[in-house]
Design a protein around this ligand. Structure first.
Ligand code: FMN
Length: 328
């Protein structure tokens, strides 16, 4: 089985993290992933404290393997943070802003800290804060992201933050993506969209089918969302990527109007989330949707990713020996 040093750091067998896809993480999804040897994440964004507390308790009932709890700096809850530190997860992952002294607080509570970044500079800053691992997330990713592609970002972050381990994210949905990430110098992958299209993901079947049917070009940046949900000062420069809907197509071309209609648009989006029908409005999803052709159990995603990465790495190795001596 593929095994990299970050597996030992996190106490897992396979270097695959089921990303925080808050609020669409669940105890069932995390338990399936960790049961197959990967690492699971529970997201806190867009959820009530009670909901997250119940999810952590259920996850602990379903598995005694390690998992992460994720916080975004844009919707940070102090109450939940204090609770999570007491719950002592194996790791805390942080995203969308400078983690500041949260890193030290997490360490004091015995948790590893993984920080998501979108630029080399953010990676350097996170290392300065003392994080244990970095997620370098390329623009292909579903959810909030920057503008640099995974292929370009990962090796630069690997060089800038060495020897801190890096996980690649954005556009990775199969074993070839995992193999590519490892050859770029990452020690594993953080995967979101692929795990949304699993049996255990708590989204409705229509959204899962949208992912299966989508081409990569259907995963578009939602340029007007900042007008609807303004980010607090000082956050990383990001915008969300979502599968296209008629709602997004309309408001992406009416960004000035979206400022004036922001209250109305916010109500529409929040209602769609509350009804578990995000796919009507803004169903976050990445370009890797073009690589996803069926809804699978999450454990099967982990198994196939590992097996196919090993094949891809073998294939790459055999190319090297078969071309030896052929270049003049
Ligand atoms: C529906 C959805 C929700 C997300 N929510 C979060 C979140 O709450 N916190 C976070 O750090 N990242 C979030 N992300 C980003 C993922 O953690 C991950 O970095 C990304 O999905 C990786 O790219 P991929 O979608 O190409 O696999 C979200 C992504 C998706 C698709």
């Amino acid at each position: 089985m593929l095994h990299t040093p970050i597996c030992d750091l996190l106490g897992i067998q396979a270097p695959i993290i089921q990303a925080a896809i808050a609020p669409y993480t669940s105890a069932e999804l995390v338990a399936a992933v960790v049961g197959a040897g990967g690492f699971g994440s529970i997201g806190t964004a867009m959820r009530s404290a009670d909901e997250v507390k119940a999810e952590i308790a259920r996850t602990k009932e379903m598995t005694d393997r390690p998992f992460a709890v994720n916080f975004t700096m844009t919707s940070f809850s102090q109450e939940l943070w204090d609770y999570v530190l007491e719950a002592r997860p194996a790791a805390i992952s942080l995203a969308l802003g400078d983690p500041g002294d949260l890193v030290q607080q997490a360490h004091d509570a015995g948790a590893r800290v993984i920080q998501q970044v979108h630029t080399v500079e953010q990676g350097r800053q996170a290392v300065g804060r003392g994080v244990d691992a970095i997620i370098a997330q390329g623009t292909e990713a579903g959810g909030f992201g920057g503008v640099i592609a995974t292929m370009t970002l990962v090796p630069q972050v690997v060089d800038a933050v060495a020897p801190i381990p890096v996980l690649a994210a954005g556009g990775i949905a199969d074993g070839r993506g995992l193999a590519a990430a490892l050859t770029l110098g990452a020690q594993g992958v953080n995967v979101g969209t692929r795990f949304l299209a699993t049996t255990e993901a708590p989204i409705n079947d229509h959204w899962k089918q949208m992912i299966v049917d989508a081409k990569s070009e259907d995963a578009v940046k939602v340029e007007f969302l900042d007008s609807v949900f303004p980010k607090p000062e000082g956050m990383f420069e990001t915008s969300p990527r979502s599968l296209r809907t008629t709602f997004i197509d309309e408001w992406n071309t009416r960004r000035d109007d979206a400022v004036y209609a922001s209250e109305h648009l916010r109500a529409l989006i929040v209602t769609s989330l509350e009804r578990n029908h995000a796919e009507d409005m803004v169903p976050f999803g990445g370009q890797s949707a073009g690589l996803i052709h069926e809804i699978l159990p999450a454990a099967e995603v982990v198994r196939r990713m590992v097996a196919d990465a090993e094949l891809a790495l073998d294939r790459a190795g055999s190319m090297r020996s078969s071309t030896e001596g052929t270049i003049a």
